[in-house]
Design a protein around this ligand. Sequence first.
Ligand code: SF4
Length: 186
Amino acid sequence: MKEIVKDVMTCRRCRLHKYRKNPVPGEGGFKRKIMIIGEAPGRREDELGRPFVGKAGELLDQLLKGIGLSREDVYITNVVKCRPPNNRDPKDDEIEACRPFLERQLAVLKPKLILCLGRFSARVMAEMLGGNFHGMTRDHGKAVATKNGPILFFTYHPAAALYRKQLLEDLQRDFEKLKQEIERLE
Ligand code: SF4
């Protein structure tokens, strides 16, 4: 993992390197074999070089705590490791350029379960691992088996739920289902 982090820190494989203050490779513990994958770093993450440290990160911490998990229990990263300008969506060629880092992280961590936060993460991980994802409205709260190993669990990105009560309630319910899925796996 140290090698991967070192390579991310010096990467210039896509245009996003021009806009970043700090790349955000990812961090967390490996013991529970749970990975959380978001979309891309935001402003605060870019400033600190750490994943999910802004308001969406605070919400994620609360949701994790609610099901008995802490940051040390999960490894957290994003589909792209550098912040897109003005928090725009990552483009397909940027996702493709960054994908080898995610593949290497998966190879090292060998997760049993991957929590995909938001549609970008869900789509990329379903494609990468051979699982089905039809859209977040239909598939949030679902655990899906993949051809290549880990279970994928889909839910909304916490940033989307910050100011939308309905999404927040869905997210909370999804985390309860996530807890059951983790208990089943463990
Ligand atoms: Fe490299 Fe990924 Fe950053 Fe693009 S987003 S510069 S591929 S680390």
